[in-house]
Every structure is written in C-alpha cells, then in structure tokens.
Design a protein around this ligand. Structure first.
Ligand code: HEC
Length: 177
C-alpha cells in the first residue's frame, strides 16, 4: 500500500524535524546560558568593584600621612593643648572640646579659618555655650596648620578627612586678599 513507501519518508521527515528542533533548542539554550553568564558576570563585576571601593575607603581613612600627623601632634602640644587640653576635652565653660564637634568634623574651610583667624563671640559646642576668645594662629605655616587639624581630626575619638597644606594655603590667600 501507499503507506509502505510513505512511512519511511514521513519517518525521515519527523527525524529531520526533531533534529532541527533539537538544534534550535540547543542554540537557544546556549544563548540563554550566555545571557545568564553575562548577567551574573556583570553582577559579580559590580560586586567586585563595590568591594574594592570599600577596601579603598577603609584603608584610606587611617592612612593619614604620618609626617603630617607628627607635625600636627607637636603643634597641638605647643599651641592648642593649654586651652583644649591633652585629651581634647577642653575646659567646661572656658575652652570648648575638640571631640566630635561640628567645627572639627565639619567644613574644612571654616575649620582652617578658625585656626588662622581665631574665634570670638558666643558659640555652642556639643550643647554647651562658650563666649570667649581664641587668638589667631596665622603665624603657623601651612604644613603646621594642616598637620594640627589632621591630628585633631584623627585624635580624641575623632575620625575625619585629613587637611592638606594646599587647602590651608588657599584659605590663607582668600582671607588675606
Ligand atoms: C588661649 C586658648 C586657646 C588656644 C591656645 C587655642 N584655642 Fe581653640 N578655642 C578657644 C576658645 C575660647 C574657643 C571658643 C571661642 C568662642 O567662644 O567663640 C576655641 C574654639 C576652637 C574651635 C571651634 C570650636 C570647637 O571646639 O570645635 C576649634 C576647632 C579650635 N578652637 C581649635 C584650636 C586649635 C587647633 C588650636 C591650636 C592651633 C587652638 N584651638 C588653640 C581657645 C583656644
């Protein structure tokens, strides 16, 4: 009968079709794998970048220039300690503390200006009111001012960015002009 010769052809057709489908499936499967790999690769990269950024910031903060810190400690002991005390706690009612204060941890320019120009008038530091006079310390070099502020920002329980001598030079120039 007709089916006698038709079936092998039909069989062949089915087999070809299956092969074709399998090949296509394989291709799309492969494409899917690539896509997944690309995606997860992307996330891994992002994670890696985020991690390395974290490591950088973690390492950078304590890695304050040792020379600057040493200069700073000498300057502090010689010019600031008498009022702000060895531990930076100040003297209640007379000399404000340098521990976690908004001036020490806050704006660089304002902080540099306090050392160069001094400060007087009523201020509130950590909830306490002071109305006293701090003399200007413009006689200190840029390195000394940067050093002492970097030292203060990294002592007495403080942890804040270093102050660069170049920054002090800029503030000094803007004050003088
Ligand atoms: C003669 C005492 C005296 C000396 C020395 C002195 N200060 Fe002060 N300092 C003061 C007083 C008083 C104030 C508050 C002024 C006010 O009441 O307006 C002050 C305020 C400050 C402030 C802002 C408020 C705060 O506590 O955060 C900073 C920062 C500061 N001094 C840093 C220094 C640094 C750094 C040195 C050394 C280079 C220094 N001072 C030397 C007396 C002094």
């Amino acid at each position: 009968m007709a089916s006698g010769w038709l079936f092998p052809i039909f069989d062949l057709f089915i087999t070809e079709l299956l092969n074709y489908i399998t090949l296509r499936n394989l291709l799309s499967f492969f494409a899917l794998i690539c896509l997944l790999a690309a995606c997860s690769g992307g996330t891994q990269n992002e994670e890696a970048t985020a991690e390395s950024e974290e490591t950088v910031t973690e390492e950078e903060t304590p890695q304050v220039d040792a020379q600057l810190l040493a200069t700073g400690e000498t300057v502090y002991n010689q010019y600031c300690l008498a009022c702000h005390q060895a531990n930076g706690q100040g003297v209640p009612g007379a000399f404000p503390p340098l521990t976690q204060t908004e001036w020490v941890l806050g704006d660089d320019i304002r902080l540099i200006t306090i050392v160069l120009q001094g400060l007087q008038g009523e201020i509130t530091v950590n909830g306490e009111t002071y109305n006293n006079i701090m003399a200007p310390h413009a006689f200190l070099t840029d390195d000394q001012v940067a050093g002492v502020l970097t030292y203060v920002r990294n002592s007495f329980g403080n942890k804040a960015e270093a102050i660069a001598p170049e920054e002090v030079a800029e503030v000094r120039a803007s004050i003088e002009s």
